[in-house]
Design a protein around this ligand. Structure first.
Ligand SMILES: [Zn+2]
Length: 349
């Protein structure tokens, strides 16, 4: 059989084999004496059980279950030296010896489920982690706009189906992608599509338009369970020394070119001050919302933090820029068994 006539299945098998070999190469005995110390930064958002109602309003790319998270952490603990990101940067700055392979866990946004489901696992396995907080959102019931959007669509589908043609929803329909309203909520894939489409608007604009829909359609947006961490939960975690807080701005706005200097000052500097005052611990690291940053934002972060992370995918080495650190985002669909998690962190998935 020539390569042209080979069945697609065998090509896929070959790809999988190649991926697993790559994984083995990175984690096998061949790399025991790596030339450069490396840092793997894992990026998580939410840790939610599959039957938790909060998971119904979330994009699949944002979650792993507590069971999957436990499996990840057990593997991480067996393969890496775990560290706080800030500690790795400090050692690197001082020229101290770093282990060949370190892993630092990060969580973005400050979700309440991090306290409920991730913190017990981290405590059990004694793994440090950094939670990047949106200072103005801590303790609020109001979720971020993607979750508001998901909730809005769910409430309309279940209680206000007749109002789907209301003018306040016109802008949303242009971003709806393959979702055609038929009294059902969008699938998780359709939801991701809608969220991507909506991102062409600014965060303020999206929130204003969602306000308008809620008011005009008189939607009941009550949430049963808190979405976001409160200060007490943070203080409890921070006091153990295991969890460090980083800043993810005050309002989770994307720090793009058009943002005025006063806004950058507020989002980058004030967020740090607020978190430090509430937790009593230094905030040393920063996370750019959506991975976006302007030159001015980057320059301000450099003046006030010892490092910052992006959403760029990859590992870090001694030569990596402290302020453009790369991470590997992990979510349930691509990492719910040992092999897929290893493939994921090796960069193959
Ligand atoms: Zn975020």
């Amino acid at each position: 059989m020539t390569s042209k006539t080979r069945a697609p299945g065998s090509y896929i098998k070959k790809l999988i084999k190649r991926g697993l070999q790559k994984t083995a190469a990175r984690f096998g005995r061949h790399t025991r004496h790596a030339k450069k110390p490396e840092l793997l930064l894992l990026m998580y958002h939410r840790i939610l059980p599959a039957d938790d109602p909060r998971s119904q309003l979330e994009e699949p790319g944002m979650m792993v279950t507590p069971e999957t998270f436990h499996m990840h952490m057990t593997l991480v603990k067996s393969m890496f030296e775990t560290t706080h990101l800030s500690r790795w940067l400090e050692k690197k700055d001082k020229g101290e010896t770093l282990p060949d392979r370190c892993c630092a866990i990060t969580f973005d946004d400050g979700w309440a489920d991090n306290y409920e489901f991730a913190f017990p696992v981290l405590q059990q396995l004694d793994i440090p982690a950094t939670i990047f907080l949106v200072s103005d959102m801590v303790g609020r019931q109001q979720p971020f706009w993607p979750e508001r959007l998901a909730k809005t669509l769910a409430v309309i589908a279940s209680q206000h189906a007749a109002q789907w043609s209301h003018a306040s929803l016109d802008w949303l329909k242009t971003c709806a992608g393959s979702y055609t309203f038929n009294r059902s909520v969008p699938t998780s894939e359709q939801l991701s599509e809608i969220i991507t489409g909506v991102k062409s608007l600014s965060d303020d604009e999206i929130n204003q338009r969602l306000d308008e829909i809620e008011q005009q359609l008189d939607l009941n947006m009550t949430v049963d369970k808190a979405s976001l961490l409160n200060w007490q939960q943070l203080k409890t975690m921070s006091d153990t020394g295991l969890i460090e807080a980083g800043s993810h701005t005050c309002h989770h706005i994307r720090l793009t070119e058009e943002k005025p200097a006063a806004v950058l000052q507020d989002e980058i500097i004030n967020s740090k001050i607020v978190i430090e005052n509430k937790t009593g611990a230094a905030v040393k690291t920063f996370c750019f919302p959506n991975g976006d940053y302007s030159d001015a934002a980057l320059s301000l972060v450099k003046q006030h933090y010892s490092g910052s992370v992006t959403t760029r995918r990859g590992w870090n080495t001694l030569t990596s820029d402290h302020y453009l650190l790369q991470r590997i985002g992990v979510h349930e669909d691509i990492s719910n068994d040992r092999t897929s998690f290893l493939s994921c962190i090796s960069g193959w998935l």
